[in-house]
Design a protein. Structure first.
Lengths: 311, 179
């Protein structure tokens, strides 16, 4: 500590140079932080996707709906272990900026196929007993300070109720946690039966997608092909692919993006290393006689080196 | 020669013994410690740290001791008082005259109370008045404080102050002045 003022005095010798050096290093670390966050964010979806699950959606797009009756037919396909369907709800809480993922599911099917969502038995039972019950992720509950027992109104423009109202009210009956660190606990799940009965009749009996668990992950490609073949030439053809296939599609790109990010970060750090090294060398060169004096009055080589590195 | 006595250079042959210590066998940290304890150096061009005040410049060698901050400050103040610069402690080298800077250099050299003061042309960069002041100070340190001082100079006027004069002529140290 007693050498601190010596280091500080030397740093203050050329204030502008010190400020610019600090700024350049700060910028490098900021870039590193941001780029790392982007890389991590983009690869998160791939990590979350279950290896033994398929997603089945309408062949045209996710916006096209599939008949609920497909579930029984998918279940009969060899290699299929379990099936659950989901429907995008798209509710917002109080104002549009309070957006989060909200989906209508069949509780038992859903919890069976997604064991990473951890829900108490008691709360699961409450969900099964409450038609307008909903479960929310712990992160989402914390975000809006929701608790079990709260009645939450959500506004939805795409699914008007039978009475024409756009506000849906749900009772929160449980909060789920994630089995893994990366499990998304920011979602809202409502019951499909309540959703289907309450929405306008013309879309009744339709769902957004199916999630299929296969018996053997190695055969998922064949099972996906069998599912698509089952509904070929029907009014609602399907596209089955490994879960997170969209992200999987990203996967190749994530690799590239990751490489690009790493290259940028490396280039930035290498440049900063040169800049900092050059600055260091310069400050030493212009003070050779001062450093010599330090050694003459008894500083060791290591002591002088320490001062320079300290700067 | 001053470099050899101060342990800054190693002899290519022979031995160097200073105040009973054979320093030719010392290297690295032990040599640095010996130098810090026994040698005070006064340079022709003062060689003060421009970013430090007179007080902090004098405190520099004390950083190598176990003295506390307040003790270092007190020792430096005493050294500056001895050289007559108590009123200039907070001034930076650029704010001091040549003679004053050299006196700060002397204060820095004596602050650890070394066995030996090595002065390398201490008046070489000063006018006569300032040079005389510095020589007066060195003489006082010798007579009043009992400091042993080795001064190298080309200035015969400065050499007259010495109690013993040796001449270095073509690599030979003699007691007789060269013709």
């Amino acid at each position: 500590m007693k050498y601190l003022y010596l280091v500080w005095s030397n740093l203050m010798r050329k204030k502008m140079r010190t400020i610019l050096t600090i700024l350049s290093i700060t910028v490098a670390f900021l870039l590193f932080g941001y780029l790392s966050a982007i890389t991590t964010g983009m690869s998160l979806g791939v990590q979350l996707a279950g290896m033994d699950r398929l997603s089945v959606r309408h062949k045209v797009s996710m916006l096209q709906l599939l008949p609920q009756s497909y579930q029984a037919r998918i279940e009969r396909i060899p290699g299929v272990d379990a099936v659950a369907h989901g429907s995008w709800f798209g509710g917002v809480y109080q104002k549009p900026s309070n957006f989060f993922a909200s989906m209508a599911v069949v509780p038992n099917d859903f919890l069976d196929i997604y064991p990473e969502y951890l829900l108490d038995e008691e709360e699961k039972q409450a969900w099964l007993d409450t038609r307008n019950g909903a479960i929310v992720g712990s992160k989402l509950a914390a975000r809006f300070d929701w608790e079990v027992g709260d009645r939450i109104p959500l506004n939805v423009t795409i699914w008007p109720r039978k009475d024409g109202a756009e506000t849906w009210k749900f009772d929160i009956v449980g909060t789920y946690d994630g089995a893994e660190k990366n499990t998304d606990t920011g979602q809202f799940f409502l019951r499909y039966d309540f959703f289907d009965e309450s929405r306008a009749e013309e879309v009744s009996g339709l769902v957004s997608w199916y999630n299929v668990r296969v018996e053997d992950p190695d055969l998922s490609t064949q099972v996906a092909a069998a599912i698509d073949a089952e509904f070929a030439n029907s009014p609602a053809e399907t596209k089955a692919e490994p879960e997170g296939a969209m992200v999987q599609g990203f996967a190749n790109q994530v690799g590239n993006i990751g490489l690009i990010m790493t290259s940028i970060i490396s280039a930035v750090f290498f440049t900063i290393l040169l800049v900092a090294g050059n600055t260091m060398a310069y400050t030493v060169r212009e003070r050779t006689s001062e450093l010599a004096v330090l050694k003459a009055i008894g500083f060791t080589d290591r002591g002088v080196l320490g001062l320079v590195l300290g700067e | 020669m001053l470099n050899l006595i101060g342990g800054l250079d190693h002899p290519s042959q022979g031995t160097v013994e200073v105040a009973g210590h054979s320093i030719g066998k010392l290297f690295g940290r032990p040599l640095a410690a010996w130098r810090a304890r026994h040698i005070g150096l006064v340079f022709q061009f003062y060689n003060l740290m421009p970013v430090l005040t007179a007080q902090k410049n004098v405190e520099l060698p004390l950083l190598l001791t176990k003295l506390s901050k307040s003790q270092r400050k007190a020792h430096a103040a005493t050294a500056l008082e001895i050289v007559g610069l108590s009123h200039r402690t907070r001034h930076y080298p650029r704010q001091l005259s040549g003679g004053e800077q050299q006196r700060v250099g002397i204060a820095r050299a004596i602050v650890t109370d070394p066995t030996l003061l090595l002065c390398d042309e201490p008046t070489g960069d000063l006018d006569k008045k300032a040079g005389d002041e510095v020589l007066d100070l060195l003489q006082a340190l010798n007579t009043e404080q009992g400091k042993t001082i080795i001064m190298v100079t080309h200035d015969s006027h400065a050499a007259e102050r010495a109690s013993r004069i040796l001449y270095l002529n073509k690599g030979q140290l003699t007691t007789e002045a060269p013709e």
